[in-house]
Write a protein that binds this ligand. Sequence first.
Ligand SMILES: O=P(O)(O)OC[C@H]1O[C@](O)(COP(=O)(O)O)[C@@H](O)[C@@H]1O
Ligand SMILES: [Mg+2]
Ligand SMILES: [Mg+2]
Length: 348
Amino acid sequence: MTAATLDAVLNSYVGSGNARRAAIAATVHELAQAATKIRGTINQGALGKAFAGLRGANTDGDVQKDLDIFADDILLDAMRRAPVGLYASEELELPVLLDTDAELAIAVDPLDGSSNIDTNVSIGTIFSLLPATGAPDQNPAAPFLQAGTNQLAAGFFIYGPQLALVLTLGSGTHVFVQSTRLGTFVQAYESRIVPARAHEFAINAANYRHWDEAVRLYVDDCLKGSEGPRERDFNMRWIASLVADCYRILMRGGVFLYPGDQRRGYTNGRLRLVYEANPIAYLIEQAGGAATDTIDRILEIPPQSLHQRVPLVFGSSREVARIARYHTDPSSIGERSPLFGNRGLFRA
Ligand SMILES: O=P(O)(O)OC[C@H]1O[C@](O)(COP(=O)(O)O)[C@@H](O)[C@@H]1O
Ligand SMILES: [Mg+2]
Ligand SMILES: [Mg+2]
């Protein structure tokens, strides 16, 4: 049996006569075309003009690289051809109104993992599709302030050794890989499941001294491995590319943390709720995992503004739940419990 192409999967999702599904499918199709173009430029590395240097700062004060802007331009252009009413991007302060009558709004992180561009490490494009609620011409930000539970579809493209698309249309998390032989995306995994138990954690440990006590204790316990309350060894990874860390967790489990910390501007961590945390949380939940702001479910947080940041923990569900307990009920965890001495109460 040959694997299904992205278009075949999208066609069967649309079925007969569902206008909203047809719009979502057409949009994902355009996104795939755009990602293929972006990939072409990334492949050129330092030879590409887009890599010439730094270029200003975006609304959050991050340094924007030329490739961030290039990817944003390509995506906005693609969305003009899609049945999308509003386009919001990490690289633009305000959403762009494309069509007052269209049913969909899209939020994107055009280039995720920008700090890795020059180092030839995987980077990506993240997207979240929402219903275009309200009067888009009067309040274009409104659709993006819906909780993540309202997402209609979400995903990311990863520009790694393979160009892959990780996609949820609301029922499972599917992975497609671009086949250079067939010139199209082909389904590689019909549905991913993140194992409930984790053996690997991902966090930028350089920030250890800035974290709060709960995060430090959690990481300390992982590092103690088989000699600590976890009674097993953990591996550690940090790619500094959300898409790449997420892809790994979808392939072999684990947990990711970007908590808030004491650094100026990092009270709510680094990642953005609307176009980073929400789509990743949707994908992870659809694969049986969990995603929180260390305690509460990401998808239920009502965004206050388009570019707001949020602490993000996601991955294997038991590990995510355990991290919440370090914050809400630390006395119940392992060796800090007078009841359980040096033994772990929770062997997640
Ligand atoms: O450099 P740090 O602080 O470890 O942050 C890495 C994180 O920042 C990000 O690069 C933020 O995304 P952008 O590159 O889109 O700004 C994530 O992909 C990654 O997880
Ligand atoms: Mg990003
Ligand atoms: Mg970005």
